[in-house]
Design a protein around this ligand. Structure first.
Ligand code: OKP
Ligand code: ZN
Length: 343
């Protein structure tokens, strides 16, 4: 399997994350990618190649123009306002506040576009986010070109980012951008399976009213877990998209037996849907040792579910999302990919 990877991910190097009332070193850190790359080399998974630059076209097919302008300028505006730390929102257009659009001041604009406050923006964030989208598009093009599979080693991740919202470490929705790319290249139906521990609220929001992209997500029950406000089993799609969103909220402590049962149901729906291609939002924060998550998958379980995902026989694009047990992230990710390949 070929991997697409950009060194520009290193430009995404914030020093702070608001966690438990403290500013800590971010869980979503550059070393995550280094561990995955060394495991790819160690196992001989396949070549690692840089992305092709596509400009903002593919991102514009998913994200709102004002949101992209915000991402492109937020850091300069934050510095120009005289702030010394990294850009973190402190105020939101919450219930009972009437505004319908980003206010002029950057402090207000941050709250307008942020879904959460843990994700600090710093100098290279926008450049890294654009490179991650290029990684996803380049890998999607390999699959469109006839490859059985490809791995988009995206960083920063994307599944929490909606049309005009960032947060949960995500800015551009790499998997959604790839799905749209596939649709425009002639895939009539794309299934997008999100196995990250956290609900893919951004991806759901982007596709909830569409019948051409089936979104399925296995995740920690939002009653307990981030992102808290989306991901319930009763969310099944909107309008023409009714029936094309499928959520599997699972309780804290979920182990592989229960998780795999939900996966089997999801794969059955992928097959029934008649997908032309499958995109997997691959987060390995379901791992037992993940520092911010509560499922109990073991490293061998990742290989097992990689094999299961191969069963529908679809051209498959893996898009990297979360996973914060840094020492084990390489093994867990590559176990999925080699499991898929049957090696
Ligand atoms: C991003 B991805 C947990 C707080 C969670 C944000 C988590 C973002 C996860 N105590 N904060 O889905 O892996
Ligand atoms: Zn996650």
């Amino acid at each position: 399997m070929r991997t697409i990877h950009s060194e520009k991910h290193r430009l995404r190097a914030p020093q702070t994350e608001l966690s438990g009332g403290r500013l800590v070193r971010p869980f979503e850190c550059p070393e995550r990618v280094e561990h995955i790359l060394s495991r790819i080399a160690q196992t001989g998974l396949g070549p690692v190649e840089p992305p092709v630059a596509h400009g903002l076209g593919p991102a514009r097919a998913i994200h709102a123009p004002d949101y992209l302008d915000f991402l492109a300028t937020v850091w300069e505006r934050w510095r120009a306002a005289g702030h010394e730390g990294e850009a973190i929102p402190t105020v939101w257009p919450s219930r009972r506040m009437g505004r319908r659009g980003a206010p002029q001041a950057i402090d207000g604009a941050l709250g307008w576009y942020a879904l959460a406050g843990e994700t600090a923006i710093s100098s290279g964030t926008w450049e890294a986010a654009q490179a991650a989208a290029d990684v996803a598009v380049t890998a999607a093009d390999l699959v469109l070109g006839g490859a059985r599979s490809a791995f988009a080693l995206c960083r920063p991740p994307g599944h929490h980012a909606a049309q005009d919202m960032y947060g949960g470490y995500c800015f551009l929705n790499n998997a959604a951008i790839a799905a749209q790319r596939m649709r425009e290249a002639g895939a009539e139906r794309v299934a997008l399976l999100d196995v990250d521990f956290h609900h893919g609220n951004g991806t759901q929001a982007i596709f909830e009213d569409r019948a051409d992209v089936l979104f399925l997500s296995l995740h920690g029950d939002p009653a307990q877990e981030f992102p808290h406000f989306l991901g319930g089993a009763d969310e099944t799609g909107v309008g023409a998209g009714e029936g094309f969103t499928v959520n599997y909220p699972l309780p804290p402590g979920t182990g592989y037996a229960a998780w795999a049962e939900a996966l089997e149901d999801a794969l059955g729906r992928v097959a029934a849907f008649g997908a032309d291609a499958l995109i997997v939002s691959l987060g390995v924060d379901t791992f037992r040792g993940d520092p911010i998550s509560s499922f109990r998958l073991e490293s061998d379980d990742f290989a097992d579910y990689g094999r299961r995902i191969a069963r529908p026989g679809l051209p498959t694009l893996f898009v990297m999302e979360g996973g914060y047990a840094v020492a084990e992230i390489g093994v867990n990710v590559v176990n999925v990919l080699t499991g898929f390949e049957g090696s």
